[in-house]
Design a binder for this molecule. Structure first.
Ligand SMILES: *Cc1c(COP(=O)(O)O)cnc(C)c1O
Length: 399
């Protein structure tokens, strides 16, 4: 028996079996479906992309994996150089790992040890946003604010080392006043809170956060596992406000395989760099910097730049805005659009019961969650395919 994610196995619906996938389409035995969620927001250049496939094939004939402990290889060197040139500011020190959750753990570990290395043991607290999601491992669950994980609170009580803040500047200022001296880091999903309900907020909040982090000596971490690579209509939100640590995952490998990276700036890196071995970063996932993952990530960045995907995202946003213009219904709380993302938030989650089957019959794979009916398709999607997804979402309310 396969244990499926986020499911009550006793009552779960039979999953849809995919036998092939190409472009934006998933193929089952008897139908094809547009993947409106790009396999958890990762498959940005579609399935069976020729160039990405070839990048993996070329490397697999050399070696598919060697560890990074005491060894190194060309794919990781090339990807690191590329990231150095590609990412803003002095985000030049990448640490690779095998999933977004682990990469967030690494970011939190870096921030904590950065101060411990200086003997500043009072700086132990992490601040994150209300409704935040940063992964499924223990510390990321604790830092996150996801009701699904509140059994942790029941089991262990609330952590004295984590506080949450709303995405409002006055609340932020208040929290820094109260906790600033004890904070080691402030971690956010910038501009778009994905798994917390596709919540969107203003850049002015992040600009203020940057100032306050500087003022109170707090490490600013951007978890761009979901938002990176154009999803918000910005290449990275880090292009607008520079964090001390940036975490990338999901689309990093264009959804081809699990890989992620925690990128530190110079200040953080040099907080570890000295003659004391106990000041080293003690972390090393077995499959970090997997050569196949590095090769596919490199190719994905090349495609993203070469084919001007930022222009495509802006275009998709325009199409979505046009398509959703004037659409409303009593059951809807808000329609939100940002970059590649369209979210219809309903007042009552029950409104969305049955939507997945409805969409399936129309040739769209969808996976609503909480109060959110949303689309975040592969960026290769054509206008008529995007319109089909949005039309299906609208028809659900018109039926
Ligand atoms: C998906 C996600 C993660 C976790 O990544 P995994 O690869 O699933 O472990 C962390 N942070 C954010 C913002 C995410 O969307």
């Amino acid at each position: 028996m396969i244990w499926y994610p986020y499911e009550q196995m006793k009552t779960m619906k039979k999953p849809i079996k995919v036998i092939d996938a190409k472009g934006v389409y998933l193929y089952t035995q008897d139908t094809k479906l547009i993947d409106s969620v790009s396999s958890w927001w990762s498959v940005m250049f579609g399935y069976k992309n020729k160039e990405l496939n070839q990048a993996i094939k070329d490397q697999v004939d050399k070696f598919s994996h060697i560890m990074l402990g005491g060894l190194t290889h060309e794919p990781v060197e090339k990807l690191s150089n590329k990231l150095k040139e590609y990412l803003p500011g002095d985000l030049d020190y990448p640490f690779f790992s095998d999933s977004g959750s682990v990469a967030v753990e690494v970011a939190l570990k870096m921030a904590l040890q950065y101060y411990i290395n200086q003997g500043r043991t009072e700086k132990r607290m992490v601040m994150s946003l209300t409704n935040s999601y940063h992964g499924d491992t223990f510390k990321t669950m604790e830092v996150g604010d996801d009701e699904d994980y509140h059994f942790i609170l029941k089991a262990y009580g609330k952590s004295p080392y984590v506080v949450h803040v709303d995405t409002q500047i006055p609340a932020l200022e208040e929290a820094f006043k109260k906790y600033g001296e004890k904070l080691n880091s402030f971690i956010v999903e910038p501009l778009l809170q994905g798994a917390g309900g596709m919540k969107m907020y203003d850049i002015s909040f992040l600009k203020r956060a940057r100032e306050l982090c500087d003022q109170y000596d707090v490490v600013l971490i951007f978890d761009e596992v979901a938002t990176g690579f154009g999803k918000t209509g910005n290449r990275f939100v880090s292009d607008l406000v520079l964090p001390d640590i940036l975490v990338l995952g999901k689309a990093l490998t264009a959804g081809y395989m699990g890989h992620a990276v925690t990128v530190a700036n110079k200040k953080i890196y040099y907080g570890f760099y000295d003659d004391d071995p106990s000041h080293a970063l003690m972390h090393g996932p077995t499959f970090m910097a997997n050569p196949l993952a590095c090769c596919v990530a490199l190719k994905a960045i090349e495609i993203f730049e070469r084919d001007k995907y930022m222009d495509k995202v802006k275009h998709l946003e325009e199409v979505a805005k046009e398509e959703m213009k004037g659409f409303c219904d009593d059951r809807i709380k808000e329609v939100r659009i940002m970059g590649d993302v369209v979210c219809i938030e309903v007042k009552d989650a029950k409104t969305l019961d049955g939507y997945q089957d409805f969409a399936y019959k129309k040739g769209v794979f969808a996976r609503p969650f909480l109060n959110c009916l949303y689309s975040m398709p592969p960026m290769i999607i054509k206008d008529d395919e995007l319109k089909k997804i949005l039309k299906t979402m609208k028809e659900w309310f018109e039926k």
